[in-house]
Write a protein that binds this ligand. Sequence first.
Ligand code: XMP
Length: 512
Amino acid sequence: KILVLDFGGQYNQLIARRVRDHHVYAEILPYTTPLETIKANGYKGIIFTGGPNSVFDMSSPHYTKNILDLGVPILGICYGCQLIAWMGDGEVKTAPVSEYGKIELNAKDSVLFKGVPEKSVVWMSHTDYIATPPQGFEIIGYTDDCPCAAMENKAKNIYAVQFHPEVTHSEYGKQVLYNFLYEVCKCSGDWVMDNFIDNTVKELREKIGDKHVILGLSGGVDSSVAAGLLSRAVGKQLTCVFVDQGLMRKDEGDFVEKTFTELFDMNFVRVNCGEHFMECLKGVTDPEQKRKIIGTEFYKVFWDEVRARAAEGFFAQGTIYPDRIESGKGKSDGKAQTAVIKTHHNMVEKPKDISFIDTIEPLGDLFKDEVRAVGEKLGIPHELVWRQPFPGPGLGVRIIGEVTAEKVRILQDADWVLRDEMSKNGYESNLAQFFCVLPGVNSVGVMGDHRTYDNVVVIRAVTTDDFMTADWARIPYDILAKVSNRITNECAHINRVVYDITSKPPGTVEWE
Ligand code: XMP
């Protein structure tokens, strides 16, 4: 395995993902990890990430020089590259102008650049640069403005690049990483999802023994794949608790139930509490209060169901690797942190009166794309594996104002038509998320000879990489026309369809 030693760069997760794309397991640890731990973990190679700081600022993240003498190959990227120069008494300077964007790299003969042409485009983002490489290092690449864009110390197997091989703008970045992993570190490339499934199933069986496991299943990607894995490992010793609060999309609860009862060996407990939720939401119009009620009631129902089954068992959850890194809870041995309930805005603390032998996070080392790959291999339906994000409070935040059973039905019908039409036109995969919203506004319409006064429905569709910002999707007019036609024809109590053309910011993806 490879260590990605994190010096605060914005691309640290991307580096680990790119390494894994080459079938080599990579984990991210902060630069505060002691050298002893790194030594004990037996890495095949170490990558120093970029970072926003300057190496000569003593408050910037640094690392003990001794890491350069571990005998483990190292690749420094951007700040990591400067750090290697600085640690080895090279000369790092601040340039009058930053080098930013796509820049032409001149690569010299080096194992790191095997298969990389003499001139290629790389992605740069730096102000400091290496004026003189440290002793024992040779310059192996330069650009017009950067005399040392790459350097190597062959004897010690230490390499460093000023550019970012992990971003796709670096034409041969993939090749550079490949060379480091296979030519320098001699990795074997055994990180493939089939191995992951086999190993994890074995580990889960050993850990769980003849005890039972409880998993909260939401029907989202992560919990579904966790359910699939646990089912393969321990079958009926697994109980999945699926709380249906009546605010899911049309027929979704039935689909989740059918999938897990028919395709997987487990105890599946579905708690239908739609009526209870409607009761709790009666007369409530404030968005925050609605969210709060839905969240609180959800966990009340969930933990009540779990409480009766908790004794002498394990608790499992679908936490994935980014959840752990983001929450700063990645343990230094890279294993899942136990007994912590997923720190997500949907998750609340486990009540004190419920106790488990331990918490299991079978997907705790995986990135989302790996989770999906495992899901596909386990035979979980494509629809679940590629499911769009769905807010915890469900349709509750897509019905503006008071939520009633009738409004839920109206919205579910319209949303179903939108999904059906997107699917028929093969347009689903172009978008990060699309759905309908019921804004709680009536408008005047005409149907035959009659005047109508009925609901407006909003179509919301966005493209985005990370959901922090988003653009409204340019769905072709023909598809929108079909959706509008069908919704007004097929769905009761809707006489007008509008399209939300607001980006985020200033809008959010959801309406509440
Ligand atoms: P916003 O509306 O904040 O949404 O732009 C960004 C993304 O987050 C989803 N979302 C939620 N997800 N629980 C969730 O698990 C929530 O309470 C929640 N609220 C919004 C939203 O669907 C979008 O993908």
